[in-house]
Design a protein around this ligand. Sequence first.
Ligand SMILES: Cc1ncc(COP(=O)(O)O)c(C=O)c1O
Length: 456
Amino acid sequence: MAAPAYPHEPQIVPLVETEWRSIRTPLPHPEALQLLNRLALHEARSMLGQPPIIWHRAHRFTVEDPHGNRWIDFSSGVLVANAGHGRQWIRAAMEEELGKGLHHSYCFPHQARLDLVEKLAEVAPPYLNKVFLLTTGSEAIECAIKIARRYGTDRHGDKKKRIVSFVNAFHGRTLGSQLAGGIPHLKEWIHQEDPTFVQVPFPDGFANENTTFEAFLAALESRAARPDEVAGVLLETYQGATGSFAPADFMKSLRAWCDRNEAALILDEVQAGFGRCGRWFGFERYGIEPDLICCGKGITSGMPLSAVIGRGYLMDLFGHGEMTSTHSGNPICCRAARASIEVIEAEGLVENSERLGRVLGARLDALGKEMPNIGASHGKGLIRGIRFVKPGTKEPDGPTAHAITRRCYESGILTFAPVGPGGGTIKLNPPLCITEEALEEGLAVFADIVREVCAA
Ligand SMILES: Cc1ncc(COP(=O)(O)O)c(C=O)c1O
């Protein structure tokens, strides 16, 4: 199902001028259209679908186009810019590395890689004591799946290789990560049934009200997935499609079940890590200890680097040269990641995420009580998924969600296109360095837009 399009003809929109937002031209700007049309000539169509803003310059929690328009960023560039955009500390670190001429090093060791893995080991809990660096979140997921399978099959033979994951999960777009994902139409597209991937309902407490662990066990049984065949259970710390967390009790039972059945518990922290959920890692909110975590996006606040961080006995299953990647530990990306973590530490951005997350949650809860079009707002820290529904039902209302994001774009609030079932979820997740004043301004505009669109 293709996402609906944003207007590709200039529209006259009301002017906006505040400390952080400027809308001074028709949108999209006519010159922006030229750029978009030229891109469309040579690029795959799939790259379209976001509000037609030409990203030109970015600073902390704002993004500007080349025509004098400026948005408060509620997207973080799809949960990437955790430390904020254009941070000088990160840029200086990358520039220093560039100055050495060391743009790449394959798997040969270098100082920046050491500095990063030491830093990751410092911010991760002590039992997650080994790191493997990759480039994208999808690769980190594929790698964790392979580690879990290797562990299962080494100890119990070929049968112990099934991976259990959850309906509506998103783990990336490479073949293996898409097989593990649980978004129905994405599964159809790959035209590949693989019985070693099993999906069970996610206990989100909204679409699936049965959040008991017994329901998980029953779902496994109904899919003929025997515990002794399961090599690993993989889940997003919160579902990216909706912002929903599982209940902590469920996660504790899942941890115990994985222990009993010698299955690796893998948490996909690609969205949830590095302060996003008001903790260094989102899984800390559950009070459980995963075996492997997959990180990406906010690990660098902008450069392509991902990581699997895990228990040493799992991370060391593959021998010398058996688990590598050409761009593993790229020196410039490593410097960016370490510097981004240092900014998050120095500015207390994990704490800011927790503090402002309460403001975000309170404003959206109040809006949800007022508006029957909002079925639920889920999330923790500086991430919320707001599910728009047809009033009185749980049926997602994609067109309304899309119209709201369009009005946001026209009003100086940058969100990405709606996600989740039926395209009904709007995600609000600003950079963690956003100020309370800018957050409040953006949320007040958002609330007015929701009222206006839902009344129309
Ligand atoms: C939860 C989650 N896991 C994995 C991925 C895949 O990451 P990448 O796009 O870097 O491959 C994404 C990307 O959106 C994600 O949100």
